[in-house]
Write a new protein. Structure first.
Lengths: 137, 137, 137, 137, 137, 137
């Protein structure tokens, strides 16, 4: 099984807040991650695609860049309705990036048979989450 | 000449905006860096200290960590009065970090003779600014 | 399947020696790794946990740090009874780190359902061992 | 399941060209990758071996170095008959490296039971291909 | 003194050959670096500019990218008349990159006062050359 | 001014201890760095040489490798008489590496005019010392 793999980075702001919690409880649970305006990260994303046609690599590279544009230089809490009631943790962000990558591949006829096998989202070089789809392939 | 060197990272949010410019002009000049809520980075800072007493390294390491706390997990535009009328570019941020490092060293008697010789602030691994004080030593 | 992943580093000393071999045979087999006092490495460890409860990430982060303390700034040959009769190769060290991580998770009620899926121990950035538990999940 | 993993780098030149295409079509399809003399990369390769005998790590390290020598400081298009009629894309290069690694292991009696489980070939740190053999293990 | 610093990478092929030497002498002197078609590298370049006007950073970033294009995806020996009689060592390449950067800055009116203070060209992450112009500033 | 720069790594063990201090005082001053057997690091060293003859790079590369051998896979406290009465801090280690590099260059006639301008010794990627000889050049 051969996969095509891409790594990209984007710069975004976020903060952690449960809206139905008090400020005190938010502070206790989330520490420095809870604040009014947020802080930011240079997120790093890795995605592995199972492809059946060799020519798909150029298409996948363009798709990767287009999904990067959706997130780059934005504030996750204020600019994404998905995070109006969900905390933008790395886990929730990974699920949203996965959704955006798969949506983008479905509207490209040339990528009809491509499958996103694995996705990593790094909060820092020391902490990240990984979504593995291999069992479904 | 021997220097003690430290590298640290902090996560912060920022945006570029000249308040006396129109939104259109800000957009033209600053592109994606201009926005209402901002985006974020994992800034990396390197500082080189000229020390005269070998025991100063532990003191300098603590000082470095205390200055990191000033910036980590904050929004540069909203949380620092220095950026109420100045754009938080990497150049301006570097000048502020230099000021905070030198202020912190002056209030520690054991660091009276330490001198900040060189400071680098990385916006990304590919673009950074460097302040060199060697000519003054 | 989503996993929470952590990378940490610790500094330790070790040497290779089979006690029932002659010095000459140890030298022939282990080369520079055989010596009386040892040498050292900044080991890097990556661990992947399968978690079922989102709140487990903070717990896992603390657990990771506590296991790091067990090994950091120690001499593997002299300070671990496990290496009194086993050579502290990267393979044997990986098995011991795996045991310590799993022991630490079992005594935390909040981590009862967490499972260590994958562990990497880097001897250098170019050589490492990986223990994969996915087939058991 | 424990695997022994090795990372190595080699410097090689290549260009993309379909010989039965016109220069114009090659230029349109391959862009800057199509040229008469080629350009070059410092390729990075990662290989994971499943081993049953602990002593195999030294053997595998030597084998890895010998396969590196086959590719290092060569021009892929001119020095490998495999690329006389195939474009030296990262995918095709990965298949050739896999073949060379497996051939090299088969002629070493001590590596009779070693199995190449996973191979990554990095064109750049941001784009790579991965060959996964785990399903066959 | 504040400098604006940029790091970029380009992929090129080269080989070492003194045309007035025999193949045997070239082989003895240059080892694997001597060959008919060459090999390649992902060169990394760092440049430090002394600027007097804050707005110059965007201009310098564009200039850096334009000089990168001169070298990227080319064969140094065949595509640069400067290397028709000079060996494309890292030293000679650094001198040519310096010349191209300074030529590009002189034709931009906005960069009339910018000065290239320091240039590093990395052959590998372990070996590089550095040109320092600080004494002239 | 052009310099030839080299980076190398070696693995060594060490501990911090002032022999004329009590165990308690050593523990208070040096924390985890004080112990009976020591711990270890993969030290990274960078050295910059000012050379006047282009052919010196190969010589300098060999010299660098020979000095690396002096330190690699050794215990600094037990194997170097220089550390019998001096604590092997990064500062003291840097001074010893500088001495060994300069001694090695003086016995090579081809390196008579080479000068060690700058030396960095990294204890970790975040903390290092730098010795700068430029003022003497």
């Amino acid at each position: 099984m051969m996969t095509s793999c891409f790594r990209f980075s984007f710069s975004a702001a976020h903060f952690y807040q449960q809206k139905n919690w008090s400020a005190e409880k938010n502070k206790n649970e989330f520490g420095k991650c809870f604040s009014q305006y947020g802080h930011g990260h240079d997120y790093v994303v890795e995605c592995h695609w199972l492809t059946t046609v060799p020519q798909q690599q150029t298409e996948l590279n363009q798709l990767t860049k287009s999904v990067r544009e959706i997130f780059d230089h934005h504030h996750l809490n204020f600019m994404f309705h998905e995070f109006s009631d969900k905390v933008p943790t790395t886990e929730n962000l990974a699920l949203l990036i996965k959704q955006k990558l798969e949506e983008a591949s479905k509207i490209k006829p040339q990528l009809a048979t491509a499958k996103l096998l694995n996705l990593k989202v790094y909060e820092t070089p020391e902490i990240w989450v990984e979504i593995d789809n291999q069992s479904l392939s």
